[in-house]
Ligand binder design. Structure first.
Ligand SMILES: [Zn+2]
Length: 460
């Protein structure tokens, strides 16, 4: 697999997607219209992206969770009401629950995530997201079938769990499956969900605060009391999440705590009080007094009874395309969709803040020894999960797109997903009719390229 480190500096159309495309927060619509790359993309219809039908692929489901234990008592109480400094908690809407698909998906979900990736491309501050799924590393682009699924071979992939709609869906689906396995293996009734937040306000630097939150989490387990608290559970899985609300970016942590035994409500509350006191000290040490949360809002501890913990961890796989944010809050993916739809300068600036502030941050951290104990083995890096070299040798090459052909495809947002749909449909036809696969797929691709060419001609 070719990692981001090998990316050339030109995109597939030969344009240099350099930092010139990144603009500060003072956009004007005049600028948008006068930017050749964006102007071309924005004018183009993506109707061909809607032409193909395809089976709606479901997300790759993980194994069923462990036995749903019925621990007595309710969770620790939530916030009594909104405070000026506290974002109202909102569930992070991961790409694959917002109409995007993991690698194995197809149909409308895949089209939505590919189209969003294409439309965000010009505003991405990082070169790897600009080129992901577009830059042909060897000039030509292969189209392969693995079972019923079509995929490209030879394209750059970015592997970003934060700012790439396509890669994020793939990575989160794989991580969700692993987390579900662990929770099932341990027994859900012995798992608690701990949420740790800090006070934050307008103008706080996202990168600084999210690093401070991670540092505070390390401080939490230090010192005599910290070590004693950490000994209350055997293992943990830590997830970083960032939401956006009236008080700007809100990076916070959710931890799954794997306890040696089930706790009742009283035990959970006394544990929460102990963690909360320690958390306040840790936050003060890592970020300063200004960021210290109050007892109720800084630390929440509750049983992990159902599958909603996956949503908390930013790993929810279930449909639907429902909006979960409220009170004017938006998840980063909602901001991304608004950028794609409206190109509003404020949203673009927010998205770039998010992409830059979260770049390099680790989404999921496993306590030492947990993966081995649970039989998961070594963690596959995000970049490897999204690469086209998955170690399978069953991929069947059905076509090669020459650079000129690929250039036509990647000029229309979402078209690269539709082409995969067409190839999958051609494969089904070929199998049903007992005819050779390659000519059928090649013909389907030629037809689609002709449709795209007609759109190009109309737009030009
Ligand atoms: Zn990507």
């Amino acid at each position: 697999m070719r990692g981001p480190g090998h990316l050339p500096q030109l995109d597939a159309t030969g344009r240099a997607p350099g930092p010139g495309l990144r603009q500060p927060a003072t956009f004007t619509y005049t600028f948008i219209d006068s930017t050749p790359a964006l102007g071309a993309d924005a004018r183009r219809s993506d109707q061909p992206g809607e032409l193909a039908g395809g089976p709606a692929g479901g997300p790759a489901g993980g194994p069923a969770g462990g036995p749903a234990g019925g621990p007595a008592g309710g969770p620790a109480g939530g916030p009594a009401g909104p405070l000026p400094w506290k974002d109202r908690e909102q569930s992070f809407q991961p790409p694959n629950s917002a109409g995007f698909a993991p690698l194995s998906g197809s149909g409308s979900r895949r089209r939505a995530s590919y189209r969003l990736r294409d439309r965000l491309r010009v505003w991405q501050p990082n070169i790897h997201q600009k080129l992901c799924g577009r830059c042909a590393l060897g000039g030509a682009v292969g189209v392969e079938l693995v079972g019923d699924r079509a995929r490209y071979q030879g394209l750059a992939t970015c592997g970003s769990v934060w700012s790439c709609p396509v890669c994020s869906g793939i990575v989160r689906a794989a991580r969700a499956e692993e987390v579900q396995k662990v929770v099932g293996w341990w027994g859900q009734d012995r798992v608690l969900l701990l949420s740790l937040t800090v006070r934050h306000g307008l103008g706080d630097d996202l990168r600084k605060v999210r690093k401070g939150v991670a540092q505070a989490c390390r401080y939490l387990g230090q010192g005599r009391e910290g070590v004693a608290i950490r000994a209350l559970w055997d293992h943990q899985i830590r997830a970083l999440e960032t939401t956006h609300g009236a008080n700007d970016w809100h990076p916070h942590l959710h931890l799954l705590l794997l306890l040696p035994a089930e706790l009742d409500a009283e035990g959970i509350e006394s544990m929460r009080v102990r963690i909360s006191a320690r958390w306040q000290l840790a936050v003060e040490r890592a970020l300063g007094r200004r960021h210290v949360p109050d007892d109720r809002h800084g630390c929440d501890l509750r049983p992990c009874r159902d599958a909603r913990y996956l949503a908390k961890l930013g790993l929810e796989l279930a449909d639907p395309d429902t909006k979960q944010a409220s009170n004017g809050n938006r998840s980063p993916w909602e901001i991304a969709r608004d950028v794609a739809q409206w190109n509003h300068p404020r949203d673009i600036a927010l998205w770039q803040q998010f992409a830059e502030g979260m770049h390099g941050a680790r989404m999921l951290t496993w306590s030492r020894g947990l993966r081995d104990a649970a039989g998961l083995g070594e963690e596959v890096p995000d970049e490897k999960l999204v690469g086209d070299d998955q170690g399978d040798d069953v991929a069947e090459r059905v076509a090669v797109l020459e650079p000129a052909e690929w250039s036509v495809v990647c000029h229309v947002p979402g078209a690269s997903a539709v082409l995969l749909d067409r190839v999958e449909a051609a494969a089904r036809r070929a199998r049903a009719g007992g005819v050779p696969l390659v000519p059928e797929a090649r013909e389907a691709i030629a037809r689609y390229l002709a449709e795209l060419g007609a759109v190009e001609a109309r737009a030009g």
